[in-house]
Design a binder for this molecule. Structure first.
Ligand code: DAH
Length: 357
């Protein structure tokens, strides 16, 4: 056996191993249980004692040399592998940052979406009508005839008359869409109407354009209990508190009889407004059973059909829910304000996914 050529051969194999897996195969073939050096070691037993010592020492040198070469090759291959990974998995940190969604959803839009989510979950559909409305739909059909004192309750923006002499207005409330719905489609009805409304009024808590959401339910045997239940379920869902305190106060609207205004319980502890509990009251909406005269104006027989309706200012309840102090900022288009009070575009409110949380 030529020990020198065995060493040369094994060292050449080590040098030729192209990756760590190949190197391991080479190691097993040389130093493993059935490896070539191991086999030589086993053969030593057949030699004469003096020969055995020299051959054993020489074989040990080969073994050490091969083991050292393997260790060294391992380091080299390891480094090469790392270099390759760094090259292929590298990130160019000088690339521009990927764009994030920059826009925000306005609190009014968000609150409209929240209200729509609550009522559509109860089986309502969304209806709408024109911002420029005729006198008939905005007033007369709602049981507010010309000269009626209720016309003075709202500071109306009047527009030039229509060709047929009909006075035209910017709608002062969303209630005219009740009339349009009842005229255009047969009962029963279960609708909510979010939209813009206009009154000639401007101070810290009033803007000439503001938002309302109207509700209308028309069916057979509908009574005040349905009205209360619906609005209670709504308030708990919207303000996201259980057992909200509510009070229905007798009131007057020409288009409902009886009429009520709804207050919710609240407290102002430590300058913070808490909705639901407490000794104070906040007025949030007007409501009532649809006046039989309104039903008649829409061609419905009040002996057969009854219903309830309500109207609510959206801007105000958005301020209440999200702690926004000044109404006028809603319409300033100040991006800093919008960034602070606005909502992330993909945070779409749903009853299943949660409204604001
Ligand atoms: N339209 C009323 C307003 O703007 C609000 C309102 C009250 C609407 C009672 C209704 C209702 O539908 O039943 O002040």
């Amino acid at each position: 056996m030529d020990i020198q050529s065995l060493q040369d051969e094994l060292l050449a194999d080590v040098a030729a191993a192209a990756d760590l897996a190949a190197l391991e195969t080479t190691r097993v073939a040389a130093l493993g249980k059935k490896g070539r050096i191991t086999a030589q070691m086993k053969g030593l037993g057949q030699l004469a004692p003096e020969e055995r010592r020299d051959a054993g020492a020489a074989l040990n040198k080969v073994k050490e040399a091969v083991a050292a070469a393997i260790e060294e090759r391992k380091l080299t291959l390891h480094e090469a592998e790392l270099e390759e990974r760094l090259a292929t998995e590298g990130i160019d940190v000088t690339l521009p940052v990927r764009q994030q969604a920059q826009g925000r959803i306005h609190p009014v839009s968000q609150v409209m979406d929240e209200i729509a989510a609550i009522f559509t979950d109860m089986g309502f559909t969304i209806a709408d009508g024109p911002d420029i409305e005729d006198d008939f739909h905005n007033f007369t059909a709602l049981n507010i005839p010309p000269e009626h004192p209720a016309r003075q309750m709202q500071d109306t923006f009047y527009l030039p008359k229509r060709d047929d002499d009909m006075p035209m207005v910017l709608r002062t409330h969303t209630s005219p869409v009740q009339i349009r719905t009842m005229q255009d489609t047969p009962p029963p009805h279960r609708i909510v109407i979010p939209g813009r409304t206009y009154r000639s009024d401007s101070d810290q808590t009033h803007t000439p354009m503001f938002h309302q959401i109207e509700g209308l339910v028309i069916g057979k045997d509908i009574h005040m209990g349905h009205l209360k239940g619906t609005l209670e379920a709504f308030c708990e869902a919207f303000f996201e508190v259980d057992n909200i305190r509510m009070r229905f106060r007798p009131s007057y609207f020409p288009f409902t009889e009886p009429s009520a205004e709804v207050d919710i319980g609240c407290s102002y502890e430590g300058g913070n407004l808490a909705i639901g509990e407490g000794d104070d009251w906040l007025e949030i909406l007007g409501c009532g059973m649809v006046n039989p005269r309104v039903l008649e104006n829409c061609g419905l027989d009040p002996a057969e059909w009854q219903g309830f309706a309500w109207g609510m200012g959206i801007d105000r309840i958005a301020m209440l829910k999200y702690g926004i102090p000044d109404l006028r900022a809603f319409f300033d288009s100040d991006l800093r304000w919008l960034h602070h009070y606005g909502f992330v575009p993909l945070d779409v409110p749903t009853m299943a996914g949660g409204l604001s949380r």
